[in-house]
Design a protein around this ligand. Structure first.
Ligand code: G1P
Length: 291
């Protein structure tokens, strides 16, 4: 019986330079899509996939994240006092999603370094890494599918997506051999190659299931692209020691660090809501038809 994956690590120490000026004083992970901060969608995705323990790697100026997942008795009481019971329950539920822990990265030394900060907390068991800029639609079942692939043979699994054209150089890129329609075996990885040097069109999409061997691999990893310790390089080192799978995803992934994709995600989520969808759709139809 495979051991149930329990723990997820969310690296959230990045500066959010792609979304200035909004992220000057507000952590980028707290940018709301409709009425919910991006990082709450990610924690909900973890909980829906059966994760019960989340470690968030933060840094200076990220206190709002801790406040968001904390209890707020004063707010709950104030809401209850005016009969807003549903809102009070909604506020309390945020805290009850999973157990959350925090560690500070200290200095921005890269994604590999941030994941390395989780070693003492994760210990000797496989775990999930979820990049909060990558937002997955809850109906896409991406993390659940990855966990199923992991449970079959206990190996590391990376979310991969086919990326067209020059955009491939925004991602870690995998060379891989197909095992089924959705699962591949990864044989090589390159962090943000030029389009000419990309080994394939399969980009890594911010969800990883890793084995504890990654921590030694990170410690052995030298500074890479951008002068940072890259998680991609550490996983590449792991490929020599154990099987690393890829799980190919289709639609349902948004890059919320990208302004256009952030807007597309916001509109997508709003259109699905009973309280907003119909009127928003009417408004959008009006724009399209030039009314
Ligand atoms: C990071 C990783 C990259 C991955 C990407 C997914 O890059 O380094 O390998 O493909 O996330 O979003 P970032 O976008 O943080 O620069």
């Amino acid at each position: 019986m495979p051991r149930q994956l329990r723990k997820a690590v969310i690296p959230a120490a990045g500066l959010g330079t792609r979304f200035l000026p909004a992220t000057k004083a507000v952590p980028k992970e707290m940018m709301p899509l409709v009425d919910k901060p991006a990082i709450q969608y990610v924690v909900e995705e973890a909980a829906a996939a059966g994760i019960t323990d989340v470690l968030i790697v933060t840094g200076r100026s990220k206190d709002a994240i801790e406040d968001h997942f904390d209890r707020s008795p004063e707010l709950e009481e104030a809401l209850l006092a005016v009969g807003k019971d549903a809102e009070a329950a909604q506020v309390k539920a945020i805290h009850d999603l999973v157990q959350i822990h925090y560690v500070r990265q200290g200095a921005p030394r890269g994604l590999g370094h941030a994941v390395g900060m989780a070693r003492a907390h994760v210990g000797d068991e496989p775990f999930v890494v979820m990049l909060p800029d990558d937002l997955m639609h809850p109906n896409a079942g991406i993390l659940t599918g990855m966990i199923e692939a992991h449970n079959r043979n206990q190996s590391a699994v990376l979310a991969l997506k086919r990326v067209a054209g020059r955009e491939i150089s925004m991602y870690g890129v995998a060379a891989a051999k197909a095992l089924s329609d959705t699962v591949v075996e990864v044989s090589d990885l390159v962090e943000k190659p030029s389009p000419e040097d990309a080994p394939s069109d399969l980009g890594v999409m911010g969800r990883y299931i890793l084995t504890p061997g990654i921590f030694d691999a990170i410690e052995r990893t030298e500074t890479g692209r951008g002068g940072e310790i890259q998680l991609t390089d550490a996983i590449k080192a792991l490929i020599g020691e154990e099987t690393v799978l890829g799980y190919i995803i289709g639609s349902g992934r948004f890059d919320t660090g990208n302004k256009l994709d952030f807007l597309i995600a916001s509109v997508t989520f709003a259109l699905e809501r009973d309280d907003l969808g119909p009127e928003l759709l009417e408004f959008l139809r009006g724009i399209v038809s030039g009314r």
